[in-house]
Design a protein around this ligand. Structure first.
Ligand SMILES: Cc1cc2nc3c(=O)[nH]c(=O)nc-3n(C[C@H](O)[C@H](O)[C@H](O)COP(=O)(O)OP(=O)(O)OC[C@H]3O[C@@H](n4cnc5c(N)ncnc54)[C@H](O)[C@@H]3O)c2cc1C
Length: 379
């Protein structure tokens, strides 16, 4: 098989955008096919830990990301009433940790990809492999041919469905709400991601800019639970009314239209996720719960590693085998850790919650160590 040059990337989220950029910089010819008519991301924030800012540095984007993001120094877990349980220092690495708006990260990646390398409004349907080539078919009737195809089409990946024909992702009994506001609660420590844990629910917030806060909440809920008649903001105000005052204040200071809800899913890690010259990346390959905040960060790592592998091995089949063997153990560990961490949040009995909090406090050094081991990784 010849050297891979023309790479079809399905999906232009953070993973697809990073892959397009890394491949373009390395001299490949990627084209991203995105089903939406615009390149956009949801209105929410994200923490880019040192393992992810390392990739931004490799892509030459770290300075720009620091301009638009906010430096993050600590990740603190508290009881719902504000008793500190664990405080993880994040500033002991050679790289910064940044709180950033998802759309700004997305734009940063896209800004450096030439226009002719993405096609909007193209919904991927199926592919076929023949003679070392891959042909992709889209709902519009478009058919394109490339040397390799990367499915970066997210949690409900169509590329994955065609490739593996496996089960749908698993609902993990949590619903989330995310919001953005310009209100900064009094006493908020700049640089801190603060999370508060209560019975069957939790709340967290961080700064994305000097006067911009991103908050998130999670609670046990049945799948696809509709909003209540009182609206998202009122519902959240009731759910968190007796928690530390910053929480109801942040909720009250957010417009109803700026509150997103999302159900949480993952998949138990399985291999393979590649077949000859077709592979998966990001949520398509290893969807995880957001408890460790690593979904987008590992998608960035994937994008970097896949490019390295394609540079090392001229044959995409070997490159994708190497990519998967490098990425599977790392992402498996994080998917599993994210699920374990979510299970700790499922406790609803007040006695069990109090016990969990005591154990967390006692295990604080171990918890710090386990986060550090994820953040210290350099793809
Ligand atoms: C509540 C919540 C909080 C989170 N917080 C964090 C965090 O703090 N840090 C972190 O690192 N991660 C976080 N994540 C995870 C992160 O959002 C995802 O892991 C990441 O966005 C995955 O990127 P992706 O590019 O793989 O997929 P996606 O972002 O889902 O992108 C897939 C793209 O493919 C397109 N697409 C889909 N199907 C097709 C098709 N058939 N044809 C063409 N295009 C298609 C979609 O339109 C989309 O643009 C969080 C997730 C949730 C739900």
């Amino acid at each position: 098989m010849g050297k891979a040059k023309r790479i079809i990337v399905v999906g232009g989220g953070i993973g697809g955008a990073a892959a397009a950029l890394a491949l373009h910089q390395a001299g490949f010819e990627p084209v991203v096919y995105e089903r939406s008519n615009a390149l956009r991301e949801v209105g929410a924030g994200i923490a880019l830990w040192a393992n992810a800012t390392h990739i931004l540095q490799r892509l030459g984007l770290l300075e720009d990301a620091m301009q638009v993001g906010y430096p993050t120094t600590n990740y603190q877990f508290n009881s719902q009433y504000g008793r500190e349980l664990v405080n993880i220092p994040l500033d002991g690495f050679e790289l910064p940790v940044i709180g950033i708006h998802r759309a700004e990260l997305h734009q940063l990646l896209w800004r450096n990809v030439p226009n002719e390398m993405f096609m909007l409004g193209q919904t991927f349907e199926r592919f076929e492999q023949e003679g070392g080539q891959v042909r992709a078919h889209f709902a519009s009737g478009l058919t394109v041919e490339g040397d390799a195809l990367i499915g970066a089409d997210g949690l409900r990946s169509r590329v994955r469905a065609v490739l593996l024909d496996d089960r749908p992702p698993t609902y993990r009994h949590f619903k989330t709400w995310r919001g953005l506001t310009n209100y900064v609660p009094k006493g908020h420590r700049p640089g801190y991601i603060q999370e508060f844990l209560g019975p069957g629910k939790g709340f967290g917030f961080m700064r994305l800019g000097k006067e911009r806060m991103y908050w998130y909440a999670a609670a046990i809920a049945p799948e696809s639970q509709p909003d209540t008649a009182i609206g998202r903001r009122r519902e959240l105000e009731q759910m968190f009314q007796d928690w530390v005052p910053s929480i109801p204040e942040l909720i009250a200071a957010t417009d109803e239209a700026d509150i997103l809800t999302t159900d949480l899913y993952d998949r138990l890690p399985t291999q393979p996720w590649s077949q000859q010259n077709v592979t998966l990346l990001g949520d398509a390959a290893h969807p995880m719960l957001p408890t460790m905040g690593q979904g987008a960060c590992t998608a960035l790592e994937d994008a970097w590693v896949i490019t390295q592998c394609l540079q090392t091995h001229s044959d995409p089949v070997t490159a994708f085998q190497q990519y998967e063997s490098l990425r599977f153990p790392r992402t498996k560990e994080i998917v599993e850790q994210s699920l374990r961490s979510a299970r700790m949040g499922e406790l609803t009995n007040p006695v069990a919650v109090a016990l969990r909090n005591t154990v967390m406090k006692l295990m604080s050094p171990l918890i710090c160590k386990s986060f550090r081991s994820l953040h210290i990784y350099r793809a």
